[in-house]
Design a protein around this ligand. Structure first.
Ligand code: FNR
Length: 384
């Protein structure tokens, strides 16, 4: 591919370069994938008001998220198995985010460990927590995140049970891939990826392997994780986690106004309106359509962010106009990573920034704090 101009170019390149099971793992949603698709298509329905003959010089997209300066209101979302999209993927993505001035969130289910990412970056990153039944493991994980100077904990609230993704089951998703005939044939067509993997020792869940007794290899690891997500997690546990952590807390996976009120009551610093990128409850509304009532209900008590379906800087601006004070991107940065490694993630951030900056200007504004709902055409907003 010669010139990369938008996120779709990187998606196409990633599809070519990343082994099928890991590309499919990223580019899929649960069951019919209806919610996954609606996350993107509902953004397209929202139309912008073009304004002209406004002084558009000296523009800035800078703002803050939970008090942290950011070059634009975009953070890299926590994504599991990122080190399988590209060797050392979490380290590369964290470095690209740091250089650009946006937050990076490391998933519990990352390939590179917390310590590994910390030793390859100079700014604090955020850590995402899945609560497991083994509470001792959770306490140790939180201690490790503190020791690595992580500056916020993102508690994911919508994955106590796992939504079914057909492709993962059909592909026999595992890290590293099992050496079946189908996998070996597919890997033979991905020489760059294979070379990268041969050059790294990071091929299993780095936060787990070696940190839980009895989990030393792939067989024991998949058995352990399958049993470990805790279906009993409740709002009481949020207080327990809050007291263990003691720092900034973000609750991710809120889609309902009642849950948003509980999140605000819990004393968290931010909540993320998210349906897990359409990977959990298929049939849930798109994140962008769930956002406005939640902003109305709790936007004055807690920072409200959103993720799901952002594929351009225009989408970031639309979310901001509807009250999201921050956004997260998952698949876009995974596509950049799979396509071109660290440079690909940087490219994604550059593309989003340019689109955000130009769209803000076309709408007649030079700073985000001037942007409100009035840049959106009434009647084009999706129903929640
Ligand atoms: C995710 N997501 C996710 N969320 C989380 O809290 N912990 C995790 O480990 C993961 N893992 C994960 C893997 C992959 C491959 C994807 C695509 C997503 C959800 C993620 O944080 C975010 O909510 C969505 O990705 C946002 O939607 P978009 O930007 O991918 O459309």
């Amino acid at each position: 591919m010669s010139v990369i101009t938008h996120i779709e170019d990187l998606r196409v390149l990633a599809q070519r370069r990343v082994p099928r099971m890991f590309y499919d793992y990223a580019d899929s949603g649960s069951w019919t994938e209806g919610t996954y698709r609606a996350n993107e298509s509902d953004f397209q329905k929202i139309k912008l008001r073009q304004r002209v003959l406004v002084d558009m010089d000296h523009r800035s997209t800078a703002t803050t998220m939970i008090g942290q300066d950011v070059a634009m209101p975009v953070a890299l979302a926590p994504t599991g198995l990122t080190g399988m999209q590209h060797a050392d993927g979490e380290i590369l993505a964290a470095r690209a985010a740091e250089a650009f001035g946006v937050p990076f969130t490391l998933s519990t289910m990352s390939i590179c460990s917390i310590e590994d990412v910390a030793s390859h970056t100079s700014q604090p990153f955020w850590f995402q927590l899945y609560v497991m039944k083994d509470r001792g493991f959770i306490e140790r994980l939180i201690e490790r995140a503190k020791a690595a100077r992580c500056s916020a904990l993102v508690l994911t609230a919508d994955l106590q049970i796992l939504g079914q993704r057909h492709k993962d089951l059909k592909n026999g998703l595992s890290a590293p891939p099992k050496p079946t005939l189908a996998n070996l044939i597919n890997l033979a067509t991905k020489p760059r990826w294979c070379l990268g993997m041969l050059g790294t020792k990071r091929r299993q869940f780095g936060n787990i392997v070696g940190h839980v007794s009895g989990v030393e290899n792939m067989g024991s690891l998949s058995e352990w994780t399958a049993k470990q997500f805790d279906p009993c997690l409740s709002w009481d546990d949020v207080q327990w986690i809050k007291s263990l952590w003691g720092g900034k807390l973000i609750i991710k996976g809120i889609m309902d106004v009642e849950d948003a009120r509980l999140a605000a009551d819990s004393g968290a610093d931010a909540l993320i309106v998210s349906n897990h990128g359409g990977r959990q409850l298929d049939g849930a509304p798109s994140s962008i359509s769930a956002l406005p009532p939640i902003v109305d209900a709790v936007g004055d008590r807690i920072e409200v962010w959103m993720d799901g379906g952002i594929r351009s800087g225009q989408d970031v601006l639309k979310a901001w106009a509807l009250g999201a004070r921050g956004t997260m991107i998952g698949r876009p940065f995974l596509y950049g990573l799979g396509a071109l490694g660290e440079a690909g993630v940087t490219k994604v951030l550059e593309i989003l920034h340019r689109e955000l900056d130009l769209t803000m200007a076309f709408c007649g504004h030079t700073r985000l704090d001037q942007v409100g709902k009035d840049i959106l055409l009434p009647g084009t907003l999706p129903a929640g």
